[in-house]
Design a protein around this ligand. Sequence first.
Ligand code: HEM
Length: 148
Amino acid sequence: MTTTHQGELSDRARFHLRFGWWSLLAFLTLGVVLEGLHGFKVGFYLDVDNEVRRLTWTLAHAHGALLGLVHIGLAATLHLARPRGWAVILGARALTIASVLLPLGFFLGGIGTAGGDPGIGIVFVPVGALALFLGVLLVSVSLRGKPT
Ligand code: HEM
């Protein structure tokens, strides 16, 4: 492994570590906010008419926190397996895009709900899901062979 390659890898791993830990903090905080909405029995969140908002915000919280953990796992993968090439670069970018779009889409889907339908922001969810699928696929592909 060249020094330059080592440097690039550790920068990328560090980025995903930071991204993961900050995401975890942000979405744990959202969990605390949801807990508060339960504690104060806030109708805007808990009324039967607002079931879609409760579902989508719970999904934003759960996916954001879990994707934060995925980035910490990705950083560990980059450090331990040292994959290189286009697959890991694109895969890591796709995972970052997914980790923004999926929770954002769920969260926005809980704003502007109409009847049983989520708000228009929910459109980010399928795009984020596709990015997540591609990210996981590309990182998996990048792990073929031996570390360099
Ligand atoms: C790594 C950390 C966490 C993960 C992966 C996580 C994941 C999840 C998941 C999967 C659900 C959905 C459960 C279901 O509906 O069956 C959920 C719901 C919930 N979580 Fe978390 N959670 C985390 C931390 C926290 C923390 C620290 C809090 C607050 C102190 C919290 C508060 C809540 C609340 C209030 C709900 C229920 C929301 C509702 O149904 O209205 N979570 N979480």
